[in-house]
Design a protein around this ligand. Structure first.
Ligand SMILES: *Cc1c(COP(=O)(O)O)cnc(C)c1O
Length: 434
């Protein structure tokens, strides 16, 4: 049976859509896949090496009860993460419930009454605004704790380090950098740009703490923010570093003194990192890390396919194919709510799980606008699996990410185009551009 037949007969992809995607695939394969594969290979060896260095063995997958003292798997997972990120220390826990939780934990551990935090990569991710107290008035936000917040917009899609130097005062304790696009429309910050900013700032303020929100950035390149001077790097295990296998959790890696504080906040001063059950999740966490370099490369291949397809159809995409990628997200601007909904429906319809349901916009906790999210994932909410989300507000941008396997992203892309064939101009382009 031909692949074309199964796509056209079982998934109702029309012949013109099939041919169009196949044609664009040839373009991206030639131009982008080799570099993605080289990065994957390097990172795969880096991960295996870290596991061997710490003598990971099968008994490490057993787990404890009660306080969770001496959980050898938990301790090894943390050492392995520290090795992969080249940091002194790490926390990797199922009890860190999400990326936002990991970021809040970090900020609330490092900042006290009267301390100032400056976001130097512009407006942070929506859920962080609630954490900071910039949106809503949730109890226990950082504003309530007396933390002062400032923000410096990006300048030409780069960190305005000169502007940052002018803003830093005696009160400034921590600078936060968000690597990924979030719900904005700019390429993710490259590590070259982040490195340059950190160097310039450190020349003047050698001791200022720098945190990088690394969500969606892990294993995109051969180095991580911790390799270029960040004191603490934070992310979610149901994104890149969980490889689609981790069931939940977050990580924080960085300097020992910093991680010690965060561990005390995670549990309690004194017991810190020494307690905390893993409930048998260590195997998934580490197998996920083992899968992660490969899975991220698959997601990246999917992202370049989506990018090329939609820019060929005349949509504005970010990153553009000329930008260097620093996260797995492909943002596409539709300027049209109906198209946003159709694309999200298509991604849902391509899923292995929950393909028969339709996503609808809803008021998601922590977000300011209604959001539509398509995700038919094995791990609920996992956005390293093929997923799409869009805040329902102009200019109607859809953020597509993930795909544990490139083939899945390609199927999603075909179903997207199939749905958009309802638009005459798109149909013309797909049928005549062959
Ligand atoms: C996903 C994400 C977060 C929050 O992570 P959750 O796990 O969804 O709470 C924070 N920052 C960025 C840039 C993200 O992409």
């Amino acid at each position: 049976m031909l692949t074309e037949n199964i796509l056209c007969k079982q998934f109702d992809v029309s012949k013109p859509v099939f041919d169009y995607v196949e044609k664009i695939e040839q373009v991206v394969k030639k131009q982008y896949f080799e570099k993605i594969e080289q990065t994957r290979e390097y990172n795969q060896y880096k991960v295996i090496n870290a596991m061997q260095e710490h003598k990971l063995d099968y008994t490490n997958f057993y787990w404890n009860t009660g306080y969770g003292y001496d959980d050898p798997g938990r301790e090894k997972a943390e050492k392995i993460f520290a090795s992969v990120f080249h940091t002194e220390d790490a926390l990797v826990r199922p009890s860190i419930a999400s990326g936002t939780h990991a970021l809040y934990l970090t900020l609330s551990s490092l900042l006290g009454f009267g301390d100032e935090v400056i976001a130097i990569s512009g407006r942070p991710y929506d859920t962080m605004l609630t954490v900071l107290g910039e949106e809503g008035n949730e109890p226990c936000n950082l504003k309530e704790a007396g933390v002062i917040y400032k923000e410096i917009p990006l300048y030409n899609n780069d960190i305005d380090w000169e502007g940052t130097l002018k803003e830093i005062s005696l009160k400034t304790k921590l600078l936060m950098i968000q690597r990924s696009t979030g719900y904005s429309f700019r390429p993710a910050l490259s590590l070259e740009k982040i490195k340059n900013a950190i160097e310039q700032i450190r020349n003047v303020y050698p001791d200022i703490l720098i945190m990088v929100d690394n969500c969606y950035g892990e294993f995109i390149g051969k180095i991580e923010p911790s390799d270029i001077g960040a004191d603490v790097v934070v992310g979610s295990l149901i994104k890149n570093p969980g490889g689609g296998i981790a069931l939940s959790g977050g990580y924080v890696v960085g300097k020992k003194a910093v991680i010690d504080r965060i561990a005390n906040r995670l549990t309690a001063p004194g017991v810190g990192r020494e307690i905390g059950l893993t409930y048998g999740t260590t195997r998934n966490t580490l197998q996920g890390l083992f899968f992660a370099p490969h899975i991220v490369s698959e997601a990246l291949k999917g992202a370049v396919l989506f990018g090329e397809l939609f820019s060929s159809l005349g949509f504005e995409v970010t990153p553009s194919q000329d930008d260097s990628r620093s996260d797995i997200i492909q943002a596409i601007k539709f300027n049209n709510e109906d198209m946003v909904v159709k694309v999200c429906e298509a991604i849902q319809a391509a899923s292995p799980v929950d393909a028969h349901v339709s996503p609808v916009p809803w008021d998601m906790p922590g977000y300011t606008n209604k959001v539509i999210m398509a995700s038919g994932a094995f791990v609920s909410g996992s956005s390293i699996e093929l997923s799409a989300d869009a805040p329902i507000r102009p200019p109607y941008i859809v953020y597509i990410q993930g795909g544990l396997f490139y083939d899945h992203a390609k199927l999603g892309a075909m179903i997207c185009l199939q749905k958009l064939m309802e638009y005459e101009d798109i149909k013309d382009k797909i049928t005549t551009n062959l």
